[in-house]
Write a protein that binds this ligand. Structure first.
Ligand SMILES: C[S@@+](CC[C@H](N)C(=O)[O-])C[C@H]1O[C@@H](n2cnc3c(N)ncnc32)[C@H](O)[C@@H]1O
Length: 293
């Protein structure tokens, strides 16, 4: 296969897009799926993620937009994790909001397990269970990671297959925008957390959905301990993520994949993170001490 030339992304490349490309179409389609209709979003979750897993899980072990601070976080990573740096940084900042040493952690929507593997290796939980709706992703995770305390379960975020009060912390990274029943998911998180346990959470919503998003937190027995808008950090991370994914796949993948990385991710990111379009936030919540199940 002919090797594609180097790609150097910069914020200006957001503005320079061809009139049509497979990547642009993918970006726009993804955007339409995830912002227009819950049903389309579920189709995306059930059909598109497994296809992506079968083709790319080995190379692409995280599936989020990424995160970078100014000055850069400079998280110390093994060379093998470098391609996923910005996506790992999103995990690290979200998970390290509380001390996870010796804790029982559940991650809902663990994708290809790259974030789970990082948290287990660096933040010292006693056990870590990754759950996802994508069965192919769970099969991949079970075969790819062999770390003490790390296990993977197939399941739905809105109906968690665990008993009440069974985890000290629940982690959820850039996935809840795809759940048709977000309040149902929050109720499940509150049920499986022990009283005093933490919900470590990050995701985005289009601006018209923000009021509904915030209202959902008021209906569960959890207190918001901190809330932070991370639009700038995610915009920075997105450029780094697209660059590194491109470098990773360049010369190995077909042209449309590079196109999807270059234009699909950037169009999606630009459209979702642009000013007055959406809000990307990071939360830390705690389950009320007196609350049962
Ligand atoms: C954007 S990916 C994020 C994956 C991972 N958190 C990461 O950052 O690498 C969204 C994930 O949510 C999962 N997902 C979508 N709907 C779900 C549901 N109802 N229950 C559990 N997982 C779901 C998808 O299969 C996918 O792995």
């Amino acid at each position: 296969m002919k090797r594609r030339g180097p790609l150097r992304l910069d914020p200006g490349s957001y503005m320079r897009q061809p009139r049509f490309s497979a990547g642009l179409a993918f970006g726009r389609l993804t955007l339409a799926f995830t912002t227009v209709s819950d049903r389309l979003t579920q189709i995306f979750a059930k059909r598109v993620y497994p296809l992506f897993t079968r083709r790319f899980a080995d190379q692409v072990r995280l599936i989020n937009l990424g995160y970078e601070e100014d000055p850069p976080m400079g998280l110390s990573l093994p060379q093998s994790d470098e391609p996923g740096r910005f996506m790992i940084q999103l995990y690290h900042r979200t998970a390290a909001q509380v001390d996870l040493t010796g804790k029982r952690v559940l991650e809902v929507s663990c994708g290809h397990g790259g974030g789970a593997s990082h948290v287990v290796r660096t933040l010292g939980p006693a056990s870590y269970t990754g759950l996802d709706l994508n069965r192919a992703g769970i099969d991949f995770c079970r075969a790819a990671y062999d770390l003490p305390g790390l296990s993977f379960v197939h399941g739905d975020a809105q109906s968690l297959p665990f008993s009440d009060d069974s985890f000290d912390a629940v982690l959820n990274v850039e996935a809840s925008h795809g759940y048709p029943d977000f309040p149902g998911f929050l109720a499940e998180v509150a049920r499986v957390l022990r009283p005093g346990g933490h919900f470590l959470y990050t995701d985005l919503r289009p601006l018209p959905w923000i009021a509904q998003w915030e209202a959902a937190f008021a209906d569960v027995p959890m207190r918001v301990l901190s809330e932070r808008c991370i639009d700038e950090e995610v915009s920075r991370g997105l450029i780094g993520t697209a660059q590194r994914l491109h470098d990773l796949v360049a010369g190995r993948g077909p042209r449309y994949v590079l196109d999807v990385i270059r234009y699909g991710m950037v169009v999606y990111g630009k459209a979702t993170l642009g000013p007055r379009r959406s809000s990307y936030r990071m939360y830390c919540l705690a389950k009320d001490e007196g609350s049962v199940g």
